[in-house]
Design a protein around this ligand. Structure first.
Ligand code: CDP
Length: 782
């Protein structure tokens, strides 16, 4: 008999059988008869007028079959499309380009290489225009306007909190600390770039659209909304999101290349494939972060935090193309009061247009929670140092206490559960905190630089309660449909879409736990809008809190049905039945038993007369609240005074994501997430020159860490279940990416504080640190 593998089982990932044998089914594995290729001419300028487009030379290349320009699309009113943040974005420009690498002309050819030759032969004449790269300058009076259709470069202004109350506590504070914190633009750089294959069947007016999407149902609806007027009707659109080689938020937005492939398929009557190359992905697709934060923290004479203020400029590029919930233009940035108990806070955020690629995606992050965590964890550390208090003790003193949950934060979030003291205590024990502080003091006396950095973060995941969260009006619930076949084997379908997180395993485990059907006999399907129930997709660690909960509730509906059938077969009252892992027995008569397999078979062969046959259930889960995972990370670094090189000696990560469905998968998520927290902390940044030219357009200069650079992770856990989630689980995928960067930054500043260094912006590269050492007279020079 197969094992059930319910909650807490580290069963091996079911999907890995195909992944490790090279049998994954990615977008570029899809090939259709008559398929043609699309490639894109992109702008070398960040802002320029298009004077002319000449395709005559390209058209002469054998195999080049056609072109699409903005003017072609304009005829169908398809040259602009809506973004998921309620703004709009060009599919192709008519007369002006707004960022470097913007799509200008689509070329369609018989194969990928011919399409690329066609792109190289298209001649576009540009007239460069003034460029705005700095969002602060973009807000100055008289700044070049990025968008002709808008009054100014300010996209929106958003405020939250008690401004007067916060002013008052700052006036009475014993200590106030202020810092400018920049969280630079970075890129998700998933292993697989974006791509699609559009297949228009002109006879049946049916579009099958294979696409790298984390949210296939939203894509179907957006396609219907954008192109309904030219005959794309939602019942005739099938979006299929195949295996994805990572997404991390970068596969949530709809890109112009997708719309172009659909348009080309409709125009030419052939399936059209478009696959981005690496440089296109880095240069043109959605970026993440790019927040300029002015943060202030106030404490009373005993070192209790009493207030926080933040004033932020958010650079969105030329269009607000983030996938933000519509009520919160700065996402969950107002979780920035973090893990600390104080009641006065106020923040304002201005979204700004610049001549850079559009976006602001939630890169392994719940809509700006990374920015919030970085800001508060840096500020708390600065405050502790400023007051001469130990950063761990300072946190312990200011944490929300376990008995205060559910806790209402100053900026309006109700934290579901937590025990912050326990997590930090465990991290301190694991790392040997007291000994490390002694060692640091000894080293400092010898002139050596060693730092210990803490990050005690609170996350906010699982969007969301439908009354608070929607994307372009679509409420953010998620779904599960379970069909159990007569022999007791099941298929379950979801509105989410795994990009490597292991949903095929963990969702099966949730259903296995509730129904007793072994997880290996439960096939999980996601990503095909023709078969899966509607859902808002996978990003922002929302799958477990939403669709995972839907799986538990749908399975419980089936267990209720199984109980009725058991009562019928065992001729007893339903109340007399006891559930035990995979069977019901009659109370007091352990031999009067019906297993789940027998009960499912009976659902097709011998069920009560007043019951519907079959064994299927669906649930659309609207979470009553978000879940609030948390953790405490401690990073230990040594700094070379001769080079500025920072070496991570230890990194201890204690995470609490409530009930762990599959501890092995959770650990894998944490290892990967920590590496994606290390990356922006120490290496990655997308930089632009004053003309809007991207410096890091390839992996030669956009520094993604490999196993060689990545520190060794030491992980620990506490378990504080979510009180409102059916199985007590919280999301986990993004916690480490969110929590890790300030631990690195705090460690580096901790090593340098005595020299007079208060802050260093990420990425903390060796040249940056060496410059600081020089400035403060601590560099070893030849
Ligand atoms: O939305 P996404 O799948 O990216 O994030 P998640 O809900 O945090 O889940 C990431 C992976 O970890 C999934 O396979 C989850 O089922 C698994 N997980 C778990 O085993 N236990 C938890 N408490 C949370 C997530």
């Amino acid at each position: 008999m197969a094992e059930i593998h319910g909650l807490g089982s580290s069963m091996k990932r079911k999907e890995d059988a195909r992944f490790i044998q090279g049998k994954g089914n990615y977008i570029d594995d899809h090939k259709l008869p008559g398929m043609l290729w699309l490639d894109i001419v992109r702008s070398p300028y960040a802002h320029a007028k298009i004077k002319s487009i000449d395709t005559s030379k390209a058209a002469k290349i054998p195999g080049v079959l056609g072109f699409i320009t903005g003017k072609d699309l304009e005829k169908y009113n398809l040259h602009w499309m809506p973004t998921l943040a309620g703004d709009k974005q060009m599919v192709l420009p008519i007369d002006t380009v707004k960022y470097q690498s913007q799509e200008v002309v689509a070329v369609i050819a018989t194969d990928r290489y011919t399409a690329a030759d066609g792109v190289a032969a298209v001649e576009v004449e540009y007239e460069p225009l003034p460029v705005v790269v700095d969002p602060h300058k973009a807000l100055e009076p008289g700044a070049t306007k990025v968008r002709d259709d808008k009054e100014s470069n300010r996209i929106w202004h958003w405020e939250v909190g008690d401004q007067d109350g916060t002013e008052a506590v700052f006036k009475n504070a014993a200590t106030v600390v202020k810092e400018k914190i920049y969280i630079p633009r970075i890129h998700v750089a998933s292993m697989e770039t974006c791509g699609c294959l559009a297949d228009w069947d002109g006879v049946n007016k049916q579009l099958t659209f294979y696409v790298t999407s984390q949210a296939p149902h939203i894509y179907r609806t957006v396609l219907a909304l954008v192109a309904g007027h030219v005959g794309l009707s939602e019942e005739n659109i099938r979006v299929v999101s195949p295996d994805l080689g990572g997404g991390f938020g970068g596969k949530v937005p709809v890109y112009p290349g997708y719309v172009l492939a659909v348009a080309a398929s409709v125009l030419l009557g052939h399936p059209i494939k478009w696959i981005e190359d690496r440089s296109e992905n880095l240069a043109a697709d959605s970026f993440a972060r790019d927040y300029h934060i002015n943060a202030e923290l106030a404490a009373d004479k005993d070192g209790h935090i009493i207030g926080m203020r933040m004033d932020t400029v958010a650079d969105h590029g030329y269009s607000d193309a983030q996938a933000a919930p519509s009520k919160f233009p700065a996402g969950m940035f107002h979780i920035a009061t973090g893990s600390y108990d104080f009641q006065k806070a106020f923040m304002k955020v201005d979204g700004v247009y610049t001549n850079k690629p559009p976006g602001g995606v939630a890169y392994r992050c719940s809509f700006r929670v990374t920015e919030a965590v970085h800001a508060i964890e840096r500020m708390v550390d600065i405050m502790a140092h400023e007051r001469g208090e130990d950063p761990a003790e300072f946190r312990m003193k200011n944490f929300i206490k376990a008995e205060q949950f559910p806790y209402m934060s100053a900026l309006g979030w109700e934290y579901d559960s937590g025990d912050y003291h326990k997590a930090l205590k465990l991290a301190m024990d694991m790392v040997g905190y007291a000994d490390l502080r002694k060692e640091q003091a000894e080293k400092r006396a010898r002139g050596e630089l060693m730092g210990i950095g803490i990050s005690s973060f609170t996350e906010i995941v699982g969007a969301g309660p439908a009354h608070q969260f929607d994307i372009i009006g679509l409420k953010m619930f998620d779904s599960c449909e379970i069909r159990v076949h007569p022999t007791g084997k099941a298929v379950a379908r979801f509105g989410t879409k795994s990009q490597g997180q292991g949903h095929e395993t963990t969702y099966a485990q949730i259903i296995a736990q509730e129904l007793g059907i072994p997880a290996e006999y439960i096939k999980i399907e996601e990503g095909d809008t023709d078969t899966a129930p509607y859902g808002l997709g996978t990003y922002a660690s929302r799958s477990t809190p939403t669709a995972g909960a839907a799986a538990a509730v749908a399975a419980r509906k089936l267990r209720d049905k199984a109980r009725k059938i058991a009562a019928h077969l065992l001729e007893c009252a339903e109340e007399d039945l006891v559930w035990d892992a995979d069977r019901f027995h009659v109370k007091g008569s352990p031999t009067k038993v019906k297993t789940i397999q027998e009960l499912v078979f009976a659902a097709y062969t011998n069920y009560p007369a007043d019951m519907e046959g079959g064994f299927e259930a669906t649930h659309y889960y609207n979470p009553p609240n978000l879940t609030y995972p948390f953790g405490s990370y401690i990073c230990v670094v040594d700094i070379d005074r001769g080079t500025g090189q920072v070496t991570t000696r230890r990194f201890v990560a204690v995470d609490d994501c409530g009930t762990r469905i599959n501890p092995m998968i959770v650990e894998g998520q944490i290892h990967g997430g920590l590496t994606q927290g290390f990356a922006p902390a120490m290496m990655e940044e997308m930089q632009y020159d004053a003309d809007g030219n991207l410096y890091g357009g390839t992996f030669m200069d956009y520094m993604v860490p490999t196993a060689v650079e990545s520190p060794k992770w030491e992980v620990g856990e506490t378990v504080t279940p979510s009180p409102h989630h059916p199985i007590g689980a919280k999301g986990v995928g993004e916690s480490p990416t969110v929590g890790a960067p300030p631990a690195f930054a705090n460690a580096v500043v901790d090593a340098l504080w005595h020299l007079g260094v208060r802050h260093v912006d990420i990425p903390i590269t060796a040249p940056k640190v060496y410059a600081l050492l020089k400035k403060h007279g601590a560099a070893l020079e030849e």
